[in-house]
Design a protein around this ligand. Structure first.
Ligand SMILES: Nc1nc2c(c(=O)[nH]1)N[C@H]1C(S)=C(S)[C@@H](COP(=O)(O)OP(=O)(O)OC[C@H]3O[C@@H](n4cnc5c(N)ncnc54)[C@H](O)[C@@H]3O)O[C@H]1N2
Ligand code: MOO
Ligand code: MG
Length: 426
């Protein structure tokens, strides 16, 4: 008798997995290698930026009050008593009708409260002539105007991008505390699988899931390890899974989780004494996605079907990885878009259609299926940047309906996208 599995809701499956998601460990890397990593501590401004009042222009620093009433018919003269470039400081105090020639980025000299651009002055010997008045504070970049000391500029768990790197450098982080990358092993199962450099053979296919998963693990912030591919042989697979568990933080297998004669993962979980958290989800693709835990370590049994494997990773593995990286918005970011095409297939299960986002001229977002929409499809993954969420139990969806989408390439994430998923929005 074939085992009868009871599907659970996607949100319930995610919840069960997230019980085993935990913050990871810290390490430090040199700032040159920090891009793409996740902050292990909040990034706090330990001084004002700028740290001193400075000039935003090449010009002359002077006292605004000395320019009162100046105009083209009533020009004023200022004695130039010094000259400073960025990095130099004027020693002394600027008095009435005096000016210091100052370059962009240089500290405003003592006594000055305004800057006039070079182009608006005329040099006459060691003096300048000015034909306009300035107000106090004109053309000054004030201390702390960009960021004030004590401000938290990025939370722990933030992805370090070029902008964050600029801040890290501003505040003197030669070494950056980052989350250690969780090590994720990938084992492919299936006697039909060829290595990618093998010629095609009757009845065989190339192992594409492994390489797809390595890319997904990288995108999620983990450290992928390819642990090989295995024939459908219970003993061989059991041994490989047991050994792999010793080497990794998280283990992903692909294939062999359904009810077929050669689907050995259920037997392997049993032999390992692992607790199966679920083995059927009310979703398409990926209904057979199975997750087990052994001593708190997660084993993701993703489907062999490429689209199901891809979706299973994004919904269940990604949030565990991001949580490990200290991120508090670990799930795919949810947004809404108009359906660009009819999607008439009815389904009792929630569908996650691989889709492509389109930015319409009017400024609205729309999402279209990115290609052949079957669990076994590989071609529709290439241009997918969203998963279009189509809850089950409807008669299908029409073009123009407002639906939820989950963004695959976005880094912001969602805290919990699974509330209020409705069939379509008015
Ligand atoms: N009687 C039933 N049959 C099936 C059910 C079911 O409920 N009852 N579920 C179907 C669904 S839904 C899916 S999804 C698949 C899941 O199968 P498995 O996860 O057990 O995976 P396999 O049987 O090993 O392979 C499925 C499919 O994927 C191809 N594959 C496997 N590994 C790779 C790889 N590394 N790269 C590319 N493609 C891969 C494999 O050749 C098969 O075509 O089961 C349905 N059946
Ligand atoms: O799990 Mo299967 O992917 O639902 O098609
Ligand atoms: Mg199978």
């Amino acid at each position: 008798m074939v085992e009868k599995r009871t599907p659970i809701a996607v949100s319930e499956a995610v919840k069960r997995v997230m019980k085993y998601a935990a913050a990871g460990e810290k390490e430090t890397v040199e700032i040159e290698n920090a891009c793409g990593r996740y902050l292990a501590e909040p990034l706090m401004a330990d001084h004002d930026v700028p740290a001193f009042d400075r000039s935003p222009y090449d010009g002359f620093a002077l006292r605004a009050e000395d320019t009162d009433g100046l105009s083209s018919s009533n020009p004023g003269r200022f004695e130039v008593i010094g000259q400073i470039g960025a990095g130099s400081v004027f020693n002394g105090t600027v008095g009435p009708n005096q000016a210091v020639r100052i370059m962009t980025g240089a500290q405003i000299p003592e006594g000055c409260n305004a800057v006039i651009m070079l182009e608006l002055t005329k040099e006459i010997g060691s003096s300048i002539e000015i034909k306009r008045s300035l107000i106090k504070g004109e053309n000054i970049s004030f201390k702390g105007e960009d960021t004030q000391k004590g401000t938290v500029l990025a939370e722990r768990g933030t992805l370090i991008n070029a902008g964050i790197v600029a801040l890290l450098a501003t505040f003197g982080y030669k070494n950056v505390p980052v989350a250690r990358k969780p090590v994720v092993g990938v084992l492919a199962t299936g006697s039909e699988l060829l290595d990618i450099d093998e010629p095609m053979q009757p009845g065989k296919i190339r192992n594409s899931n492994t390489y797809m998963l390595l890319g997904q693990i990288e995108r999620a912030g983990g450290k992928p390890i390819y642990l090989g591919k295995l024939d459908d042989n219970l003993e061989e697979c059991y041994k490989a899974v047991a050994e792999a568990m010793e080497k990794v933080d998280i283990l992903i297998t692909t294939g062999g989780v359904s009810v077929g004669d050669y689907d050995y993962l259920p037997a392997i979980y049993e032999k390992l004494g692992a607790e199966v958290l679920f083995n059927k989800i009310g979703m398409r693709p990926g209904s057979v996605t199975t997750v087990a835990q052994s001593n708190g370590k997660l084993l993701f049994g993703l489907s062999g079907n490429p689209s199901a494997c891809y979706v299973g990773f994004e919904l269940f593995v990604r949030p565990v990885l991001r949580t490990n990286l200290f991120n508090t918005r670990p799930h795919l970011r949810k947004a809404r878009a108009r359906l660009a095409l009819d999607f008439s297939k009815a389904n009792p299960f929630t569908r996650f259609v691989r889709g492509t986002l389109q930015y319409d001229e009017a400024g609205t977002l729309s999402a279209a299926p990115s290609g052949f929409d079957k669990s076994s499809a590989v071609s529709s993954l290439a241009s997918a940047d969203v998963l279009i969420v189509l809850p089950g139990g409807t008669r299908g969806y029409q073009e123009g309906m407002l639906v939820d989408i989950l963004l695959l390439e976005d880094q912001n994430g969602s805290e919990w996208p699974w509330e209020n998923i409705v069939a379509s929005y008015k």
